[in-house]
Design a protein around this ligand. Structure first.
Ligand SMILES: [Zn+2]
Length: 670
């Protein structure tokens, strides 16, 4: 794996830091500049992901890391103060933060370098280098952000220290005390007023810019066909004639007769504007005649490979494009609906932070967006930790050729892997099934790769040391992906942390094969609330028992990672946690639950948003728990999810979201 930042045109940032090897030591640039602040959050009940320590009462933040989590509300503050004193008085050697979470033996562990910790080599040793974000509330704004002007005063890397008896998540954290002479130290306390906090939540599958675009789009989610057309007409009336109208959210499964919509509905409502409305799953679109004309789609236009132009009996396109046929209109539309993609990204970030998310995996990043975001993160603009899986097609060798790059820009930016699309969706009947759709005999959906093609792409991903994440919804798609991954990775498969996105069907022995290869099921439990109204029709009762089989996967010891697939679903992780546990929609339907035997426990649901995705991103030892030495990413909640009925879980709201020890989002009234 090569060193350094991605090449970006016109971008000449600071020299790369070596953050990814076991030998690399943490450099701590914030430490060497001016006044230092150790922030102590106390009087909240912090949920760790360690079942033996379900609650602790306080934690301190030191340079973006958690330095102490103890049972005594006053202990954290005293811990930070004592460390600060030791730190200020030392002339050489290392002060060590670490040890068991009880705080024993962690004040000063000597002066010599010790063996590296056992945590992940990839980003475990990257420093919290971004300046503290200024808080919007008076309760925290007293802390001046540490200015990080340069690293030039760091003469040499600091030794890595090892805590004597850490629990598995803990990581020692050390720095050169001699370089800190004269540093002023201040400790600030922020009371959570008894509110609980949980580790920062991680969305393992999202599309951030598209989510930001979605926030400004016409939304017909849950609407009738007539209301959807009427709302489109209202929005179109405000547009210039000829301007594109792009909306989303329809679902014919909610309509009488469950038939596809028709272009004529939109022709009447939007006579002057080419109109495109994505289905709720974004695997088909509803368009009007103007949009078909702009795309040049006529009666004699053939269906493209992997796509379908739905037609009237006389062969005329009826106004629905499925799968790859959507590209025919997308390709002639302005990108991002004409919005500024950076503004869209920041809008999505604001929304995600307000939901308690502190990291997000972007599944299918495009080149231009990757370069834009590289520059933005280098400049310290976005806050959420961003993890890119580049789209596979077209292959961007310039970016991918150097392999993964993790832990950049204060651990806020990484290039992890490549996202592939194998098939479509059940809702659009474009997922690749081994047998016919129950509600469309003779049809088995579509797929994008033969085994040979897929193997070639996966071998390229493997050879560059990247992670693969492949969209597999149908059983045939999942079986192919597992078969080819097994062939490409061989015995080394479990170390690669490759991912199966969506993984909705695990027939026969597939779950065991996935476990044997150490592949990662990437689920979107929030989507179950949509799918439970449709999946039975598509699959029939026989196959349904092998769908959304989370319990079966978890019982095999697999680490499920959870996400939203935003903009397909809301990125609110508490909806996902609710759906994972309740297996019902927001109206508590069906009453008996949908395959209730495959529900996750609340603890597992939290793991799927914290510990497990941190591991999946090679950030175990960095993210996912409120443990000593971890990055201080957490969300303070308005109620304790472990103390309320399951049916209320979706209503949990964060009041503050903290990344790297600094408030990244504050709710009203905190
Ligand atoms: Zn997706």
């Amino acid at each position: 794996m090569p060193e350094g930042e991605p090449e970006t045109p016109g971008g000449h940032g600071p020299p790369p830091r070596n953050l990814r090897t076991r030998e690399a030591a943490p450099d701590v640039p914030e430490l060497y500049h001016g006044e230092e602040t150790g922030r102590v959050y106390r009087d909240g009940r912090f949920h760790t992901m360690d079942p033996s320590r379900p609650e602790v009462s306080a934690l301190g933040i030191w340079h973006g890391r958690i330095v102490y989590a103890g049972d005594d509300p006053g202990a954290a503050e005293e811990k930070v103060r004592s460390l600060a004193r030791a730190f200020a008085g030392a002339r050489k050697g290392a002060v060590c933060f670490g040890g068991a979470a009880t705080g024993e033996g962690s004040a000063d562990c000597g002066t010599g370098p010790v063996a590296p910790t056992s945590s992940s080599p990839s980003c475990a040793s990257s420093p919290p280098s971004s300046p503290a974000l200024s808080a919007s509330s008076s309760s925290t704004s007293a802390s001046s952000p540490s200015s990080v002007s340069s690293q030039s005063s760091v003469s040499s890397p600091s030794p890595v220290s090892r805590s004597p008896a850490p629990h598995p998540e803990a990581e020692a954290y050390a720095f050169r005390a001699d370089a800190a002479r004269g540093a002023g130290i201040r400790v600030e306390t922020v009371s959570l007023e008894g509110r609980p906090a949980v580790p920062g939540l991680i969305d393992s599958h999202s599309h951030l810019i598209t989510e930001g675009v979605r926030l400004s789009q016409l939304d017909v989610f849950g609407k009738s066909r007539e209301d959807a057309a009427r709302l489109a007409g209202e929005k179109a009336a405000a547009l210039e004639p000829g301007a594109w109208l792009h909306g989303r959210g329809w679902d014919q499964n909610l309509w009488p007769g469950r038939a596809w919509p028709h272009r004529k509905d939109l022709d009447r409502a939007c006579p002057r504007n080419p109109t495109v409305i994505d289905r709720v799953d974004k695997h088909s679109v509803w368009v009007n005649t103007r949009a078909l004309d702009r795309a040049g789609i006529l009666a004699d236009t053939p269906d493209p490979p992997g796509g379908e132009i739905v037609r009237d009996p006389d062969g005329t396109p009826s106004g629905v494009l499925v799968g790859r046929a959507m590209r025919l209109v997308y390709d002639v539309m302005p990108p991002w609906d004409g919005l500024d993609p950076m503004e869209a990204y920041l809008a999505a970030e604001r929304e995600m932070l307000s939901f308690g998310l502190t990291a997000a995996v972007d599944c299918g990043t495009r080149r231009r967006d990757f370069l834009m975001l590289t520059d933005a993160y280098r400049a310290g603009v976005p806050k959420i930790r961003f993890k890119a899986f580049m789209q596979a097609d077209p292959w961007e060798e310039e970016i991918l050729g150097g392999g993964p790059r993790r832990g950049l820009y204060g651990g806020r930016f990484s290039l992890d892997g490549v996202k592939l699309f194998s098939d479509g969706s059940l809702g659009s009947r474009s997922a690749w099934l081994a047998d016919d759709y129950a509600d469309r005999p003779g049809h088995r959906g579509g797929h994008n790769y033969g085994d040979g093609d897929l193997e070639a792409v996966m071998a390229r991903i493997r050879d560059r040391g990247l992670q693969a994440a492949i969209h597999v919804i149908g059983d045939a798609a999942a079986e192919q992906a597992v078969r080819v991954m097994g062939r490409v990775l061989g015995k080394g498969a479990p170390t690669r942390r490759w991912r199966l996105e969506h993984l909705q069907m695990v027939p026969g022995t597939l779950a065991r094969e996935i476990a044997a290869l150490g592949l990662i099921p990437s689920i979107q439990s929030v989507g179950l609330m949509t799918d439970l109204h449709m999946a039975g029709d598509r699959l029939g009762p026989g196959r349904l028992k092998d769908a959304y089989a989370w319990r079966r996967l978890a019982d095999l010891g697999l680490r499920l990672i959870n996400g939203s697939d935003a903009p397909i679903e809301s990125p609110d992780p508490f909806r996902g946690i609710y759906a994972a546990c309740a297996r019902r929609d927001l109206d508590w339907r069906p009453a008996e639950g949908f395959g209730i035997g495959d529900a996750l426990t609340l603890h597992e649901a939290f793991l799927s948003y914290t510990v497990w995705p941190a591991w999946a991103c090679f950030c175990d030892g960095e993210l996912g728990t409120l443990s000593e030495g971890m990055r201080a990413d957490f969300a303070v909640l308005d109620r304790d999810p472990f103390q309320i009925p399951v049916r209320e879980l979706h209503a949990v709201k964060p009041v503050m979201t903290v990344i790297g020890g600094s408030p990244a989002w504050m709710g009203a009234g905190f």
